[in-house]
Design a protein around this ligand. Sequence first.
Ligand code: UTP
Length: 306
Amino acid sequence: MSSPSARTATKAVIPVAGMGTRFLPATKAIPKELLPVVDRPALQYIVEEAARAGLPEVLMVTGRNKSAIEDFFDRTPELETALEKKGDQFRLAAVHAATDVAQVHFVRQGEARGLGHAVLQAAAFVGDEPFAVLLGDDIIDARDLLLEEMLAVQAEHGGAVVALLDVGADNISKYGAVAVDESTADGSAVRITGLVEKPPADQAPSTLAIIGRYVLPPEIFAALRVTEPGAGGEIQLTDALVRLVDDGVPVHGVVFSGRRYDTGDRLDYLKAVVQLAVEREDLGPQLRPWLRKFVADLPAEGASPA
Ligand code: UTP
């Protein structure tokens, strides 16, 4: 059984080996994690989040057709020299920001057999310590300190901590759903008593869904090794968390109410680009008046566009 320990997480694992089928055909050639959200790949926001939360050692679990991710986090001497010659310090800083933010390592998943299987590939890198998992297509707004809060809950209670979002009954069947013991609520943290991956809406234990942030104890690897394929024929991280609950390991949830963008989903991706661009100092002042006019000119719902 896990107990709170002096050891806190220092490493982050970012699985990016999924096939990204919801974004076909773009993802035939471009990993969905590199689709630009304004001018930075979604993945860069996520690496920055890990570094901000005090996790500068990052392992990406990649797969076939994902070599562009390794290129993105590598140095680009020719490009840097060209920018230096032009004296373009602004763009040079943007190029450096991608490589300097964290120490990024890579491991391959061989075959996309599910999120649980992707996380299992991190066992050697992680060793015997708690660690964070950040999904490569799930952006949490930089102003919302979700991961920091989850790390604090893990340091206090030990075991595992997952991020939860109330997605409502209409959406819960797309997520891992949890049962919670409300009597244990402590701030936004609550003890989880059961988990089920992609339940039919009428069988979901609640409308609280697991979103793309986890802080996990090293015991998760033993659980993953014996976890059979579950929903969708994939090895599910949720199913390994069920084993931890059954073994008496504390599993907590932090209920999130901030801004989150699932950039692997086309509609959420579009919202993320607009929302983050509108708030940018360099683009917002021109985009906001254009957007207001565009929205004002939109035909009412049900009317056919001009
Ligand atoms: P998703 O389920 O969102 O990714 O996994 P997917 O399978 O690529 O998406 P669709 O449904 O086909 O569009 C969440 C995260 O886990 C990674 C993905 O890359 C994504 O960042 N993942 C998923 C893996 O690394 N390996 C897998 O086998 C599955």
